[in-house]
Design a protein around this ligand. Structure first.
Ligand code: ATP
Ligand code: MG
Length: 647
């Protein structure tokens, strides 16, 4: 398959390159990976005790980075900036959904984290204990994570929309001692409730939780379990502002976080301290060209996802950056809310997901046009492949044709960005994550693990250990080995399909599980979806391979229409035929979908990723699999019914 449709590249402007924090020399330095990471670790972090060995890989695949080093994560994110005289710099501009705001300087945030650390310690939390965090997108989420880090305790953030069962599973898996939650939050203008979910999750005996700390956010009524539950404002409010951060080993566990569940049952990924912070902090400053004195960063991800860990809670603060945190939905109280926030806080770097961009495209470009977005200077994307059509829209409408876009590929498991253009150096290609970050070695290999030449599709692998790599799956070392390290000898198997183009730039092709084999041709879900999204009728598309008697697998497409598509349907046009022909023209006759099903919604995880495995279940007439992390289970019922009616 070719990318002929996307020939255009976007070289960096002279001005951007001239003012950039890093240039091509960084790529050069990254070639000696261990030396690069050793230098970087000392550069981006303050160590209490310096490390004596950069990497110990003698017990592969269990890595130890920065052996002998000791540090405190919270000290690195907070105190040291205050000590350096930057206590008055804003760390977080918080914007609540109802419009309430709070500003935390580095001095404020340091004080709050010290108090929370004292409060948690008074509840018996100490090094190595696990703390489940079930909070909305409010500053207390970041404060809680950093307070745990300060104590050497391990946080396990559970997305605030998950069910009692999902929460309980995660509390049990980690054997959490403490749960930090809130009365609730706001969603689409309505107060929501969290505490009852915690109560339900802990109803059944046999859990390890001793206390529940409750933040008062929306004033919804809560029930208290005597002796177990305490208000944040009481226990943190009354705590001392003095707390000295103890240094912990570089490999002290920092957090457990479950993957999104896009391909199956979520895995409890374990990250540790020194390596995780090093790569997060370094990629943050390089990829986003951060200037901490002047930039205002906004990552729209929830702290319940890895992006919210690495690029909200840790990397921006370790770098002393100023960031925006927003609690609510993009269309409350109106569809311009995000752009209003960009204008209000003069956001200069925006990091978001393709699903959001496609939604804004659907809402129309006249909405962002009403706001002053001239503060923006760099845009980022993460979570899925960004369809070239969406990239171009993001670039033109949000970035005014002026802001580079960095498409960053990484995973919960990788802890930090792994593939991305370096915006001062690489000519950007819409839809490609392009190149490994300095110090990381990524390859595309065939079934046997042999490197593939440019142009051939295969498996994405990571050839060498990297600092922010997962250290394991919590409590399951065998699953860690079999999931990531058994497919190819000595290499990390990412589970994603990829290929290099003629320039050696990497294109992600979708999950390996989603690669289709139609009459002996391997087809990528991502490419067919991008072709569909490139048609003016289509807002979003999900493509899967369903077993087929004649072709082995057949391409089945699920599409959400834009207004133009809906109009065409009303005019009696055979939209399915139009879209089949379009894919045939863009990619080739073999890629033409057997069925195109128009649907009002697509099944997505709560982090906004399309759940193709569920669509495959429906298309093959199976019972729909695990929907625990699905945002709206109703969507699947609707699609299953539409599918039955269409056949
Ligand atoms: P699970 O592992 O439970 O199935 P998940 O893989 O969706 O869930 P995450 O760790 O949140 O969990 O997502 C990582 C995956 O997201 C990557 O493996 C890749 O498939 C996809 N991804 C992330 N960023 C990009 C990107 N820039 N381009 C293409 N794909 C991306
Ligand atoms: Mg995954």
């Amino acid at each position: 398959m070719s990318h002929d449709a996307v020939q255009k590249t976007f070289p960096p402007s002279e001005e951007f390159t001239a003012n950039a924090r890093y240039g091509a020399e960084l790529l050069e330095e990254g070639r000696d990976a261990e030396a690069f990471w050793a230098k970087t670790a000392r550069d981006v972090l303050t160590w209490d005790t310096d490390f004596t060995q950069t990497l110990d890989w003698s017990d592969a695949p269990f890595a130890r980075w920065f052996v002998g080093g000791k540090l405190n994560a919270a000290y690195n994110a907070l105190d040291r900036h205050v000590e350096a005289g930057n206590g008055d710099r804003v760390a977080i501009y918080f914007e609540g959904e109802p419009g309430d705001t709070r500003t935390y300087t580095y001095a404020d945030l340091t004080r709050e984290v010290k108090k929370a650390a004292n409060a948690f310690a008074s509840l018996g939390v100490s090094q190595g204990d696990r703390v489940a965090v079930y909070l909305p997108m409010i500053p207390e989420a970041v404060i809680t994570m950093l307070a745990c880090a300060r104590l050497g305790a391990v946080h396990s953030v559970v997305f605030g929309g998950f069910s009692p069962d999902a929460l309980r599973q995660r509390v049990d898996d980690a054997e959490a001692k403490l749960v930090v939650t809130a009365d609730g939050s706001y969603r689409r203008g309505q107060p929501t409730r969290l505490k009852p979910t915690v109560d339900q999750a802990l109803e059944r005996e046999g859990h390890t939780v001793q206390n529940v700390v409750v933040v008062k956010r929306n004033g919804e009524p809560v029930e208290f379990v005597e002796g177990r539950d305490v208000w944040w404002e009481d226990v943190v409010g009354s705590a001392s502002e003095e707390h000295e951060a103890k240094a912990f080993d570089a490999e002290n566990p920092l957090f457990i976080l479950y993957t999104s569940g896009t391909t199956g049952k979520p895995k409890g990924i374990l990250h540790t301290t020194g390596g995780y912070l090093t790569q997060g902090a370094q990629t943050f400053r390089a990829t986003f060209d951060l200037k901490p004195e002047t930039d205002v960063f906004w990552c729209t991800a929830d702290v319940g996802w890895v992006t919210g860990h690495s690029y909200v809670a840790y990397a921006p603060l370790v770098n002393g950056a100023t960031q925006v945190m927003y609690e609510g939905t993009p269309n409350t109280p109106h569809e311009g809310r995000w752009w209003e926030i960009v204008e209000k806080y003069k956001v200069s770097i925006l990091y978001t997901a393709p699903t959001a961009i496609r939604t804004f495209m659907k809402w129309g470009e006249d909405i962002p046009a009403k706001y002053d977005l001239s503060s923006l200077r760099l845009l980022g994307s993460v979570g899925e492949s960004i369809n070239p059509e969406a990239w171009l829209w993001y670039h033109r409408v949000i970035g005014a044709g002026r802001c580079p876009i960095v498409d960053t590929w990484w995973q919960t498991e990788t802890g930090a960005q792994m593939l991305t253009p370096l915006p001062s150096v690489h000519a950007l290609k819409p839809g490609s994550a392009q190149q490994p970050v300095p110090g990381v070695e990524i390859d595309v290999v065939d079934e046997l693990g042999d490197p593939l030449p440019n142009g051939q599709a295969g498996f994405l692998v990571i050839r060498k250990p990297w600092p922010s790599m997962l250290r394991g799956i919590w409590g399951d070392p065998e699953r860690f080995k079999s999931t990531y390290w058994s497919r190819f000898e000595g290499m990390y198997f990412a589970g994603d399909g990829a290929k290099r183009d003629e320039d050696g730039d990497i294109w992600l092709l979708g999950r390996v599980d989603d690669v289709m084999n139609v009459s002996g041709h391997r087809l990528s879900s991502t490419e067919i979806e991008s072709a569909l999204v490139g048609h003016p009728y289509v807002a979003e598309a999900a493509v899967i391979g369903a077993s087929d008697e004649t072709t082995g697998e057949a391409v089945v497409a699920f599409v959400m229409l834009q207004e133009a598509g809906e109009q065409a349907v009303r005019d009696g046009e055979d939209v399915q035929a139009t879209l089949r022909a379009h894919v045939g023209k863009e990619i080739g006759p073999i890629a033409k979908p057997r069925n195109v099903l128009v649907t009002p919604e697509l099944p997505k995880t709560r982090s906004g990723k399309i759940m193709r495995r569920l669509l495959k279940d429906v298309a093959e007439g199976r019972e729909v699999g695990d929907t625990m992390t699905l945002a709206d289970p109703g969507v699947m019922r609707q699609i299953a019914e539409d599918m039955r009616n269409s056949s």
